[in-house]
Design a protein around this ligand. Structure first.
Ligand SMILES: C[S@@+](CC[C@H](N)C(=O)[O-])C[C@H]1O[C@@H](n2cnc3c(N)ncnc32)[C@H](O)[C@@H]1O
Ligand SMILES: [Zn+2]
Length: 363
């Protein structure tokens, strides 16, 4: 795809007035190779067809850049004049101290605002990109193709049928990774008689979104933060949150009043063979996550989905690359695990289904 045509998925979201600017909340429209809001925040559509709507990703229009430069130059000139006029070093030191205090206060205010907006700390793009690298993306994709998430996908499709009927659903996958899971689900929904769903996947990690946009062009893909989801309030039927951090304030804002939230968390048994191998114990608990979910939303049901997947050397190698469990493993542990893999792997998830009480929202 060339980026002078907006990807199919993004066009659907723009037409349905779902996609909004992460800075001002105004609708985004296509202008040439970019998406632009009413306040002229502009976001390039990448060659692969995704758009980066993470904070600080917009371009300032050139006229504004020029005027910003003029303001900066004027400020610098004023500061220089003031500094020259300052009679003593003590006065200069006092001014510097005041400036530092002002900067600190601004930073503190910004930090408080960010913390209030997000229930989970926002991951820096660089951090997420480093953890969820191109290798990780490939390994996860391979494992998904192998059927790792098959039972999970069909159970979620059945849940959507139960709670949402078979209309044309608008679905967000919040923390979608490299998109394979979401694409599998969309295909399953189509096969089971759903009208064409509108699918948006967001993630902070660029390699995952780039992969998703290159391979699954019917859906929309954005680099975006869960703390500032680029969707209009009350615009979505379903939010999926699969093995990813959550932001229930944002989920509440963007879901329609009768919208559904589906969150998937690993259980104590999930990949216990690998956990046991790497850490010498199997203890792990999702209790805090499930309790926080229960306290934040109105839980409708909780389902256990568990399967046994044959492992083998190849499976062990893929698994090693695709799970955060192995991020601190040594090369020796890697080799031993791949050479002597467990016969089977336990894949075990809890699916939490909820409705969210609506709260007031700025957009
Ligand atoms: C374990 S992966 C799960 C990915 C995908 N749902 C799957 O099951 O294959 C967690 C994902 O959450 C994303 N993530 C973490 N913090 C985020 C944030 N604040 N905003 C958006 N995505 C985030 C990571 O980049 C990563 O892709
Ligand atoms: Zn804007």
């Amino acid at each position: 795809m060339t980026n002078n045509q907006t990807a199919v998925g993004l066009s659907k979201l723009i037409e349905r007035k779902i996609l909004v600017c992460p800075h001002c909340g105004q609708y985004l429209a296509q202008r040439g190779k970019s998406l632009v809001c009413g306040a002229s925040h502009s976001f390039d559509v990448a060659r692969q067809g995704y758009v980066n709507l993470a904070a600080h990703s917009h371009k300032v229009p050139s006229s504004k850049t020029a005027s910003a430069k003029a303001v900066a130059a004027k400020t610098a000139a004023t500061a220089a004049t003031a500094a020259a006029a300052a009679a003593t070093a003590a006065a200069a030191a006092a001014a510097a101290a005041a400036a530092t205090a002002a900067t600190a206060a601004t930073a503190a205010t910004a930090a408080t605002a960010t913390a209030a907006a997000a229930e989970v700390p926002s991951v820096k793009v660089d951090d997420a990109g480093a953890c969820y690298s191109a290798d990780f993306v490939q390994a996860r994709r391979a494992a998904i193709e192998r059927g790792f998430f098959e039972a999970l996908v069909s159970t979620i499709a059945a849940l959507l049928k139960k709670y949402c009927g078979k209309g044309s659903l608008s679905i967000l996958d919040a923390g979608c990774g490299e998109g394979s899971f979401f694409d599998l689900l969309a295909k399953q929904l189509l096969a089971s008689g759903f009208a064409n769903p509108i699918c948006l996947g967001i993630d902070l990690a660029v390699p995952g979104i780039r992969y998703a946009a290159s391979h699954f062009r019917d859906h929309a893909w954005c680099v975006a933060d869960l703390a500032r989801i680029p969707c209009k309030a009350n615009s979505l039927d379903v939010v999926l949150n699969i093995l990813s951090p959550a932001n229930y304030l944002e989920f509440s804002r963007i879901l329609k009043p009768d919208g559904i939230l589906i969150k998937v968390v690993p259980t104590t048994s999930h990949l216990c063979e690998m956990r046991h191998f790497l850490r010498g114990e199997t203890a792990f608990s999702n209790t805090r996550v499930v309790e926080h979910f229960g306290a934040s939303v109105k839980m409708l049901e909780l389902l256990l989905v568990e399967s046994c997947v044959p492992c083998g050397n190849e499976g062990a190698e893929r698994l090693f690359h695709m799970t955060p469990l192995s991020w601190h493993a040594t090369q020796a542990q890697y080799q031993e695990f791949v050479l002597n893999p467990p016969e089977n792997l336990t894949v075990s998830f809890e699916i939490l289904v909820a409705q969210i009480a609506k709260k007031e929202s700025p957009f």
